[in-house]
Design a binder for this molecule. Structure first.
Ligand code: ZN
Length: 305
């Protein structure tokens, strides 16, 4: 009996201690890559909720009540920005009524706005089906840009949670070192991909190609966000006959019917890539995202020879 009392006492004590040890910062991550980066930079100081998975198109998400509720309690929302979430994030911000995560507040972190963006249109062209109104938002596929984003995100974490500033500095420095080592390794590993022509489904890979010097040979979508049409695919096939490509790549969430068609017609491998953390079994964290992407592309390149 004495023992049971002792156990109960320990349990009560533990229960009383847990709230004090709970994470100080509630983070709403729009996409898995930003959840993964925040986890690396904040560790146990952040309690992170991820709004989407690798198997969803981040351009098109339903602003469900459960997401609104999570946004309501957030101290910090870490999103891509640059218009990627324009169809759902503004509604979450509005409906949540959370003043901390509104535009221009420190509680809203737009990752893509912290780096130089590619494909910024001179005139916004949304009526024509362009879903990249502020340039290409898919910045997570360039690790050099991730390094910049990590530095700015560390500063933001310190601003919102100053009590742990020293810890964020230490974690940021540790991540920066490990990330730089990984980039050196990836640069070496990816050398055979330099100058290789690759067809894409959506313009999801502009930053990967910018980093590695891969040439975009064409897109299955006639315009970003517009589904492949028979006419456009026929044109693309003709172009590839004149100037062949080595592979066609697509994200785990994308419909692969047009990919399979082109792969067969052009006689090139179709390669599914993770695009974000969780997109493939190998992409189980931010490092794995790049390891697996390169492994899969190099595998397709070698299979082709
Ligand atoms: Zn896009």
């Amino acid at each position: 009996m004495k023992q049971i009392h002792a156990i109960i006492a320990v349990l009560l004590l533990t229960a009383a201690v847990i709230p004090a040890q709970a994470a100080d910062l509630k983070v709403f991550a729009c996409e898995p890559e930003w959840a993964a980066l925040t986890k690396l930079l904040a560790g146990d100081h952040a309690d992170i909720n991820t709004a989407t998975t690798a198997h969803q198109d981040p351009h098109h998400i339903q602003a469900r009540p459960s997401l609104i509720a999570r946004m309501r309690g957030a101290d910090l929302a870490v999103c891509t920005g640059a218009g990627l979430e324009i169809g759902w994030l503004p509604m979450l911000q509005r409906q949540s009524g959370n003043p901390a995560v509104q535009n221009g507040k420190p509680g809203l972190f737009d990752a893509a706005m912290q780096v130089e963006r590619l494909e910024v249109p001179e005139v916004s062209d949304r009526a024509m089906g362009d879903i990249h109104p502020e340039g290409n938002p898919h910045v997570q596929m360039d690790p050099r840009r991730i390094a910049t984003i990590a530095t700015v995100l560390t500063a933001r974490l310190k601003q919102i949670d100053p009590a742990h500033a020293a810890d964020y500095d230490a974690r940021g420095a540790d991540f920066g070192n490990r990330w730089q080592t990984a980039i050196t390794r990836w640069d070496e590993m990816a050398k055979p991909l330099l100058g290789v022509r690759v067809v894409v489904h959506h313009k999801s890979w502009a930053y990967l190609f910018d980093w590695l010097g891969i040439e975009e040979a064409g897109q299955l979508e006639p315009k970003p966000g517009v589904p492949p049409s028979a006419g456009h695919l026929a044109e693309l096939k003709a172009e590839l006959t004149a100037r062949p490509a080595k592979m066609v790549i697509y994200a785990a969430y994308q419909d692969n019917r047009a990919v399979d068609w082109l792969s067969k017609e052009a006689g090139i491998p179709a390669v599914e890539l993770p695009f974000t953390v969780g997109g493939t079994a190998g992409a189980n964290d931010l490092f794995g995202l790049y390891d697996d992407t390169l492994k899969r592309m190099l595998g397709a390149l070698h299979a082709d020879h």
